[in-house]
Design a protein around this ligand. Structure first.
Ligand code: MN
Length: 501
């Protein structure tokens, strides 16, 4: 299957500042060091020294390289996207011959570029990088006028001061990137949980490093299931604190849409997006620069575990993080597949649809992660490299969904927007849109017993005991302790979408 070739440009401060221009070719990153950086100005030629190929794992590296190692210094991802060779179907040969024409589709670099070999300097080849006269050309355009990472929004100085990753050039490529931040924060202590139980109906709770005002703790929020006690707001808040360290990586760096049920799961819920004025100062927030007048501007971002406890106390029973990060709201991190049963769809039929998704992703050699919704359906998240916009991921999801649906046309309806769907299931690719969200992994759902949207392994689709609402606020923590979190792989945003017909 043909795939797009990716490229990245890293702004790298080592012995001297330069921009590393890297093109994917034959499974590696062919690289040039460009001292003044690429430009869109067609009147300027930039020196580009060919440097050793880098492993694909380095593509989106952003962090520090230890002093004394090759390239010791700090690195940001200054641009990334896809590239297309022009006028050749053998770009490796074009490089050997010393001239490659290419189109770049990046966040900053667009249009037709040319790389030309001009000579040799000691053991390095000297090349020129230039931009052609086309509709993307901009006179006077300078890389240095754009100092921030396209991935994190940070500058080299900011990354150097607080790096997330280290690169060890001497390690094998798949082990070279070393995380510097603790992966999982600590859960609340036994003493903290006991203190919540000891509170009256309201009070101040010290938990996860913050003091929160918690209210109406004995209010019933979820009716019980048959033979079980109902669940109170205290139960929800306790669960939010316990699950927060697990949920944090799925929520951090993303706007959170809150689905509030202040009067309980069996009453009407409503969306709440704007952070209210009375929210505490420490609560992490994000101002959406693209918000229209009258639209939500300031969103909650659960960048620390206590923020989720605040949301639960605010009556947010369901947690819906954006599928794009605040650093690039128009670039999704996941493609979402929503297997949404109709009134006539049985659980067995939902499983048939889920197994067809499993086969499709296996055939495409894509990592994809299923979870039961806690209501009746199953969702699948496919993590991707930053690049495509929502229109592209939505088109791709529609193609995959329609080819899956074509196998079992008797189970699926595509006419839901026009005239209902006759009780059939839908494969809802339309959720791939900015500020459209699916429920977060481990979020409760508004139903008796407080069911939880729970990640599963693909093998569990064949477990006869699987149910879409099998796990609840009362049981999912035991499952996590037993089997761990099968969704973790969704956090590795390293896949390209294969072309599909
Ligand atoms: Mn470099």
């Amino acid at each position: 299957m043909a795939q797009d070739l990716v490229f990245a440009v890293q702004r790298h401060r080592a012995t001297a500042r330069h921009y590393d221009f890297r093109l994917e070719l034959d499974g590696a990153l062919v690289s040039w060091a460009v001292p003044k950086g690429p430009t869109l100005d067609p009147g300027v030629r930039r020196l580009a020294m060919r440097v050793p190929d880098h492993p694909m794992e380095y593509l989106h590296f952003e962090g520090v390289i230890p002093e004394g190692d090759y390239g010791g210094g700090d690195v940001i991802v200054w641009d990334t996207g896809v590239w297309v060779p022009v006028g050749t179907d053998d770009p490796a040969k074009a490089l050997r011959d010393g001239e490659l024409h290419l189109d770049l589709h990046g966040e900053r670099l667009h249009g037709r570029f040319v790389l030309v070999r001009t000579g040799q300097e000691r053991d390095l080849e000297r090349w020129m990088l230039l931009h052609k006269h086309d509709e993307h050309a901009v006179e006077g355009w300078e890389a240095e006028d754009h100092p921030r990472s396209v991935l994190s929004g940070r500058t080299n100085d900011e990354v150097k001061a607080d790096p997330d990753y280290l690169w060890r050039s001497d390690a094998p490529a798949d082990e070279a990137q070393v995380g510097l931040k603790p992966a999982t924060p600590d859960p609340p202590t036994e003493d903290e949980l006991a203190a919540l139980d000891a509170l009256g109906t309201s009070g101040r709770w010290e938990v996860l490093g913050r003091t929160l005002k918690v209210t109406n703790l004995d209010k019933v929020l979820f009716p019980g299931r048959e033979g079980e006690e109902p669940l109170t707001k205290r139960d929800l808040i306790r669960y939010a604190a316990q699950i927060a360290p697990v949920s944090l990586p799925y929520l951090a760096g993303r706007a959170l849409n809150l689905h509030r049920y202040p009067d309980g799961a069996d009453k009407k819920g409503f969306w709440h997006k704007e952070v209210p004025d009375h929210a505490p100062d420490w609560l992490p927030r994000w101002d959406n620069p693209d918000a229209d007048p009258g639209e939500t501007r300031t969103y909650l971002v659960v960048d620390e575990p206590a923020a989720l406890v605040w949301a639960a106390n605010f009556g947010a029973l369901e947690w819906h993080p954006w599928t794009s990060p605040t650093a690039a709201p128009d670039r999704p991190s996941y493609v979402m597949f929503d297997i949404d049963p109709g009134g006539r769809t049985s659980w067995e039929e939902t499983l048939v649809l889920a197994r067809l998704h499993r086969s499709a992703f296996e055939a495409m050699d894509l990592r994809a992660y299923p979870k039961v919704t806690g209501r009746r359906g199953i969702q699948v998240w496919v993590p991707i490299r930053r690049g495509p916009d929502f229109a592209q991921t939505r088109r791709w999801a529609e193609k995959v969904s329609r080819s899956i649906g074509a196998v079992v046309p008797e189970l699926v309806s595509w006419t839901w927007e026009v005239k209902g769907r006759g009780g059939l299931a839908r494969l809802d690719y339309t959720q791939n849109a900015v500020n459209k969200t699916l429920v977060a992994p481990y979020s409760p759902r508004p139903a008796p017993g407080a069911p939880v949207s729970t990640p599963i392994t693909w093998d569990e689709l064949d477990d006869p005991d699987l149910r879409p609402d099998r796990w609840t606020v009362r049981t999912v923590l035991d499952r996590l302790a037993d089997v761990g979190d099968p969704f973790r792989g969704v956090l590795h945003l390293d896949q390209k979408l294969p072309r599909v017909r």
